[in-house]
Design a protein around this ligand. Structure first.
Ligand SMILES: [Fe+2]
Length: 394
């Protein structure tokens, strides 16, 4: 049964852009709507959880709770990555209870009754189960979810019948052009922990640059003005992407008719097109995959909803091979980290403030600017997933 607020989302998403409005405030805190979103979106869509280089060796694992589901990403004995359930097949203990969230394991042994499992989830054995007529270690195993890799990113899906991820990535691959992030390296993680805002507040904030002139007036607006991006580059409602072209005053030169974006590292990535050399590319695939790519580094935003009014966020810095080899890499990364933390502090404060306001009956309904086209697209994504409503975005 669809939640009553879904009809309001569909109504709003059905309007043309020139008549688009913000969503009603209760959409951002209603617990029943959140439960419906988890069922219809987060238990059906591909979610990016890790980079392959975080798990380079057999036995490397990463445990996380994703919309309440306890999973462990692990590299098994064959070298393949798997997304296993952490729920012991015996009596539901967390097989990694008390263990580090990331580490290396030869096997998973449940700390409750010591049932043990291989890295592929199959059962090695259990003590004193010989008298059970129904225990068979050949059929006992940890649950498993679909996992796939795209350009070094690890995606999981809680729907065992999920359609492949690859078609969802075609748009973002088009704006990446010759760039393949497979060889890039995750070098820093800025953990911002749990934040007091609904996941849609965060997605919407991250999808538009209109707020640069307010929230980021002293950080992003001078170099990337609020109207510096072509927001219509990603038609439809499956992904978003746009090049934020650097203001000429902040450029380090000009080439092929474009300003040249400054870089922290001496060398930019190989294979950049003129507009990529000029821009920070903002690109993402809903519900939660989001990148900002400068010519010499990528920020991957890992957002997980944790409840109707909270989410977890970390910002992950990826660099191309040329930057990874640079001698003063750590000092340069410190500069990048300081910049990202300053911008994130502004966004986090804004998101928390907006969240507080959504409880007022005066919240929502404000007309959207044409620069907020991605928010209108996002409403259409929500309508498509929550109500199977396919709305034209022309
Ligand atoms: Fe922002």
């Amino acid at each position: 049964m669809a939640h009553p607020l879904v009809a309001q989302i569909v109504d709003r998403a059905s309007e043309p852009l020139a008549r688009a409005r913000a969503l009603p405030g209760s959409v951002y805190w209603d617990p029943d709507l959140y439960a419906f979103e988890v069922e219809r979106i987060f238990r059906r869509e591909w979610m990016c959880v890790a980079r392959v280089e975080q798990l380079p060796n057999v036995g490397d694992y990463l445990a996380l709770d994703l919309v309440g589901e306890p999973i462990v990403i692990v590299r098994d004995d064959s070298g393949a990555l798997r997304a296993l359930s952490r729920v012991c097949a015996h009596r539901s203990m967390d097989v990694l209870e008390g263990a580090d969230d990331a580490g290396t394991a030869a096997r998973f042994t449940c700390p409750y009754h010591l049932w043990s499992y291989r890295l592929d989830g199959s059962c090695i054995g259990a003590t004193d189960m010989g008298e059970s007529e129904i225990f068979d270690k050949r059929t006992v195993r940890l649950g498993e979810f679909p996992l796939t890799e795209w350009q070094g990113f690890v995606f999981v899906n809680f729907d065992c019948d999920a359609s492949p991820l690859a078609p969802r990535m075609v748009g973002i691959e088009r704006v990446l052009g010759d760039i393949d992030l497979s060889s890039w390296q995750l070098v820093r993680t800025l953990d911002w922990g749990e934040q007091p805002a609904n996941w849609k507040v965060v997605i919407e904030n991250g999808a538009e640059c209109y707020h640069h002139m307010g929230t980021h007036r002293d950080t992003l607006e001078p170099a990337f003005p609020h109207n510096s991006i072509d927001v219509t580059l990603s038609p439809g409602h499956e992904w978003l992407g746009g090049f934020m072209v650097i203001e000429p005053a902040f450029a380090t030169g000009e080439a092929d008719g474009y300003p040249i974006h400054p870089t922290f590292f001496a060398a930019a990535a190989d294979g950049l097109s003129p507009i990529q050399r000029a821009s920070t590319l903002v690109a993402g695939v809903w519900p939660m995959f989001s990148l900002a790519m400068s010519p010499d580094f990528v920020t991957w935003f890992r957002w997980f909803p944790t409840g109707p009014e909270s989410h977890r966020v970390d910002l992950n810095v990826l660099v191309p091979p040329s930057a990874a080899a640079q001698a003063d890499r750590e000092e340069v990364l410190d500069q990048i980290e300081n910049l990202l933390n300053a911008i994130q502090a502004q966004d986090a404060a804004t998101n928390a403030a907006v969240q507080r306001m959504t409880h007022s009956p005066f919240s929502g309904n404000g007309p959207l600017s044409h620069l907020e086209y991605p928010i209108w697209q996002f409403q259409r994504f929500l309508a498509s997933r929550l109500a199977d409503a396919e709305l034209a975005t022309a």
